[in-house]
Design a protein around this ligand. Structure first.
Ligand code: FAD
Length: 276
């Protein structure tokens, strides 16, 4: 494990207390010498202002920090202006997404899918940015099917993505199967598995339903059996995720990207057990 790169995702804190905690978490995670940090972006205006502020706060550690950027609901002019601003701030890496608008806001915007955003960035900014895109080993929840989703993923890669980060999953075979199919299509970019530490069962179940990540029945049943006993949930969750990470790395995954939810301990505990 010691040589496999890790990266950490944050969200822009909404309160002064959250901001203060972010800085402490940042310092704990920076000590693991990650490849990069990334910061989520709320399509439709929910956290957009906070993304740049958070990127700058994280980047103060000297670690490369990528804002996520979604195109849904935005015009080309708005995207161009934001990208110019990012470039002027010395930002050289982005996570380029379609995004999801809050319910009731429809679709909107001039670019419909992430492949169009990648194309737009490449046509306007050349190779000024390293572009990461999202991948879905278990298929995106709105996808017509596995094949259609794979084709759409390939389209994003061919538009100029440098690397991909996956939605989280709990079944290593889904990742290996996805990577195999991508390679069979002749696409060689790194596909970094997204890792969601397990710390709260009800939140995880809700979120997984929404984003299409399957929680295997045996994990669900075990977590349910703990009720409100969060120590047992965390202990079991850690065991499950450490095993998953080990399988992924043993099978050739090029690194691990942690969905930190702005917490340091769960990711650090996993990394510690992996020997990092
Ligand atoms: P796309 O790649 O555009 O795919 C969306 C759907 O459209 C898929 O079903 C796909 O099969 C289909 N599709 C794609 N291209 C085409 C095409 N050309 N023609 C027809 N169909 C097509 N959301 C946020 O709001 N903010 C974030 O910061 C954020 N960060 C994320 C980070 C990661 C690593 C991941 C995995 C997800 C993240 N998300 C974020 C969630 C993401 O925005 C949603 O999953 C969204 O629904 C899809 O975005 P995408 O970029 O994967 O879309």
């Amino acid at each position: 494990m010691s040589s496999a790169p890790v990266s950490f995702e944050f969200f822009p804190p909404k309160t002064p207390a959250g901001q203060e905690k972010l800085l402490a978490v940042r310092d704990q995670l920076a000590a693991t010498n990650p490849d990069f940090f990334s910061v989520t972006y709320g399509a439709g205006g929910s956290t957009q202002d906070g993304t740049l502020k958070t990127v700058l706060a994280l980047r103060a550690t000297g670690i490369d920090t990528a804002p996520h950027l979604s195109c849904i609901g935005a015009s080309r002019d708005e995207l161009r202006e934001l990208l110019r601003d990012y470039r002027a701030q010395g930002i050289g890496r982005l996570v380029a997404l379609r995004g999801d608008l809050p319910s009731g806001m429809g679709m909107g915007g001039e670019l419909r899918y992430a492949n169009e955003l990648v194309e737009f960035i490449r046509s306007e900014f050349g190779s000024d940015f390293i572009i990461e895109v999202a991948a879905y080993p278990e298929a995106h929840p709105q996808a017509a099917g596995l094949e259609a989703d794979l084709k759409n993923f390939i389209r994003k890669c061919q538009a100029g993505a440098d690397s991909a980060i996956t939605q989280y999953f709990f079944n290593a075979d889904a990742y290996f199967h996805f990577v195999e199919r991508v390679r069979a299509a002749g696409v060689e970019i790194p596909i970094i598995p997204g890792i969601m530490p397990i710390t709260n069962y009800s939140k995880l179940a809700r979120f997984s339903d929404a984003c299409g990540a399957e929680i295997p029945r045996w994990i669900r049943k075990q977590l349910e059996s703990y009720g409100d006993d969060s120590d047992s949930i965390c202990r079991f969750g850690e065991e499950v995720i450490v095993r998953l990470c080990q399988q992924l790395l043993d099978g050739g995954a090029p690194g691990l990207h942690f969905y930190t939810l702005n917490q340091a301990e769960p990711s650090l505990a996993i990394l510690h057990q992996l020997g990092k």
